[in-house]
Structures are given as structure tokens and as C-alpha cells.
Design a protein around this ligand. Sequence first.
Ligand SMILES: Cc1cc2nc3c(=O)[nH]c(=O)nc-3n(C[C@H](O)[C@H](O)[C@H](O)COP(=O)(O)O)c2cc1C
Length: 123
Amino acid sequence: MLKSEEAIAKINKLSRCAYEAPVVFLVCYNRSKAWVSPFDATDSSGVMDTSIVGTHMMLEATAQGLGSCWVKFFNPQEVAAAFDIPDNLTPSFLLDVGYPLKGTAPNKMHFERRAVKDFAVYR
Ligand SMILES: Cc1cc2nc3c(=O)[nH]c(=O)nc-3n(C[C@H](O)[C@H](O)[C@H](O)COP(=O)(O)O)c2cc1C
């Protein structure tokens, strides 16, 4: 969890999407523990696992009256080096957390909904 003044300054230099939030979670997965699929030999389950955790973190933040923003716009190697992340951990995403400014609202696209038929295929 990044929350010291120094860490927050550093992450704002490394990603334009830290938005000066007071707390930024740097969520990583452990490549030496992530399940490797025998079917495609990737460790994509690490991304899936952290995404499930991240979703629950967002829900909990919201339940506590906080706002959060999921961030993928950063260089994982640079961020790992900047925070001395051990080699076996891969940064998956950042989660900015803080109290939303009064008077702010979601982007208007938030309220646009596509029809299920636009993205679901039935067999
Ligand atoms: C995989 C993923 C990556 C994202 N990366 C970023 C990012 O780098 N910077 C950012 O400002 N928001 C990022 N977001 C957040 C989106 O901009 C948006 O706020 C979020 O998906 C909520 O959308 P909604 O308002 O339609 O619910 C990301 C969201 C997802 C799902």
C-alpha cells in the first residue's frame, strides 16, 4: 500500500493516473505461486486472481464511502523497481483510493448501456 508522502509523490511521477489520491494500492501477483495453466502455459491466472481481489477492494472502498479508480496505465517494470518489489512479484494494477471531491460525477459514458446482443454470442 502506498501512502507515505514520498511514495505518493513517486507514484504520481510514474503514472499520470494516480490522481494524487492519498492511498494507492499496488496490487501484485506472485509468479512462483500463481497457477500455470497446462493448456496455454501462461500465468494469466495471477491477473485473474488479483482482479477478483481488486473488485472486492473496490466494493469495500465504496461501502466505506470512499472512491476508487482502477489503473493499468503504468510501466510495471518501472514501478516494481521504484518500490523495491521482489522479482517474483508482478504488478497487476494500481487502485487509487480516496474521498471523491464534492460535486464530481462519473463520466457520462458510465450511464450508457450497450444491448446484451452487442457483446453476447449464443450457441
Ligand atoms: C482493466 C481496466 C484498466 C483501467 N485503467 C485505467 C487507467 O489506467 N487510468 C484511469 O484513469 N482509469 C482506468 N480504468 C478505470 C476506467 O477509466 C473507469 O473509470 C472504470 O472502468 C469505471 O467505469 P464506469 O464509470 O463506466 O463504471 C481502468 C478500468 C479497467 C477495468
